[in-house]
Design a protein around this ligand. Structure first.
Ligand SMILES: [Zn+2]
Length: 467
């Protein structure tokens, strides 16, 4: 005769947790196939390739999983997919952000397989978008599917935004936020990327730098002419470089009046986390073959500068003749592009105004300034509950001490979530350090894809339990 022993509530919870994680394992083939299907559908936003079709495919997978799905069509640009799934048991709401567009595949000759073939080799799916960002989409679908299969519901409400223009700076995302602001209420958010570092430690990223992107144009004559006239006609390239030279000093400090006025310095706690962060110094030095860093930066000062300093970078500069051999030409036009990375509390619109005033004050009122992109920075406090949950769940799933990044040195539209919707936001996911995002042979490790789904599942469950 079998004796039934009543289970304690914690035993029941542990079993259910295991059932969900087992479900992720047992359905992993299906979701790897979904990832392959997503990758085989090209979706290059920079080339307007396949975006509507991909929005449809993403919507189809969301509906099959159990979401209610709608597509928002901005005035221009591809649809933004918005999906919702209500919980039968929990009241809290978690919001996901992802993107279905990808970077261009060029140079295509450097790929060992066709970029949209999604071939599996050495335990990886190789394709443009496999890691950035379709891997994360399919992995999250797998986590949610597991809850629905095991418990018939999700422990908290899920709202999911998947846009199609992240790789070109999300030019129509603000339209969507304005229209959907009331519906995007929630308690916390999970950002599109994240995963493992070079030593397979889980990374929890809490912010992104902002961006002001401008193009300068100087014209000194109606047309190019013989360079003999350089004795009497001004050269626009000289004028451009003299103007650029006023923007930073020799120590790299940005000399535009008031540029640092609103910069929010790191808190003491953030500085402690930065101190504990692994040093990227050696990997950057080896990768780029540079002997020393700017201003002799090293150690803690290197990390503080990397994650905390606003930058003024010349991204491109051109004028006159740059082909082989020589051509004695006096150009009429010179141009440059600059990206300024911003940190919390710097307002890109205000700074664009300061940049224009700076040019006038320094005698460069004739230099044309074209604004190409502007995004403020985003940062979630390190003591936000979702940050702690993400770190704890990462440690549990990967059995390694997680690394918290106060901010990434990169940029993106996270500020809509943190600053406008007021959602504490963490970036976690299933990427790995050698995934070649934006480069040839982009790939998604299947083991990290599955473990990343478990990470998301554990975060959903722990987040739902909070009062
Ligand atoms: Zn990307």
């Amino acid at each position: 005769m079998m004796i039934r022993v009543a289970k304690t509530p914690s035993e029941t919870i542990t079993e259910r947790k295991d059932e969900i994680l087992n479900q992720i394992d047992s359905s992993s083939n299906k979701f790897v196939e979904q990832l392959q299907a997503l990758c085989r559908q090209p979706s290059v936003s920079a080339q307007n390739q396949g975006l509507i079709e991909t929005a449809e495919l993403v919507s189809k997978f969301l509906k099959e999983t159990g979401f209610t799905v709608e597509q928002f069509s901005p005035s221009k640009g591809p649809p933004i997919v918005f999906a919702e799934l209500s919980s039968k048991t929990g009241r809290r709401t978690l919001v996901f952000y992802n993107h279905y567009d990808v970077q261009p595949v060029e140079p295509v000759e450097l790929w060992k397989n066709p970029p949209f073939s999604a071939i599996v080799e050495d335990g990886r799916v190789y394709a443009r978008g496999a890691s950035d960002n379709k891997g994360n989409i399919a992995s999250r679908l797998s986590a949610i599917n597991a809850f629905l299969k095991v418990t018939g519901t999700v422990p908290c409400n899920i709202k999911w935004v998947i846009e199609g223009e992240e790789e070109i700076g999300s030019p129509h995302f603000s339209e969507f936020i304005t229209r959907y602001k009331e519906r995007l209420t929630g308690d916390s958010a999970i950002w599109e990327f994240g995963g493992l570092d070079y030593e397979d430690r889980p990374l929890v990223t809490l912010g992104l730098k902002g961006m002001l992107y401008v193009e300068f144009r100087v014209q000194t004559a109606l047309k190019d002419s013989h360079s003999a006239r350089a004795a009497v006609v001004e050269n626009p390239a000289w004028r451009l470089v003299r103007m650029l030279d006023t923007i930073t000093d020799e120590d790299g400090r940005i000399m535009i009046e008031g540029w640092y006025d609103d910069v929010k310095p790191f808190t003491q706690e953030e500085l402690e986390v930065i101190r504990a962060m692994p040093l990227e110094e050696h990997s950057i030095r080896d990768e780029l073959g540079v002997k020393n860093f700017l201003y002799g930066l090293t150690g803690f000062e290197f990390k503080k500068a990397f994650y905390g300093n606003p930058t003024a970078n010349i991204a491109g500069i051109w004028s006159g003749y740059t082909g082989p051999g020589h051509k004695t030409v006096l150009p009429s036009v010179a141009q440059a592009k600059m990206d300024f990375r911003l940190v919390p509390n710097q307002d890109p619109v205000k700074l664009a105004g300061k940049l224009k005033q700076h040019l006038v004050r320094h005698g460069f009122a004739d230099v044309e300034v074209g604004l190409q992109a502007e995004n403020p920075a985003a940062r979630t406090p390190i003591d936000a509950p979702i940050a702690k949950i993400a770190a704890r769940a990462g440690r549990e799933v990967f059995r390694k001490e997680p690394v918290t990044l106060v901010t990434s040195a990169a940029s993106g539209p996270m500020h809509y979530f943190t600053n406008i919707l007021g959602l504490p936001t963490v970036a976690i996911g299933c990427n790995h350090a050698k995934s070649n995002t934006h480069a040839p042979n982009e790939n998604q490790r299947i083991d990290v894809f599955v473990q990343g789904s478990k990470w998301i599942a554990r975060v959903i469950e722990e987040f739902a339990k909070q009062a």
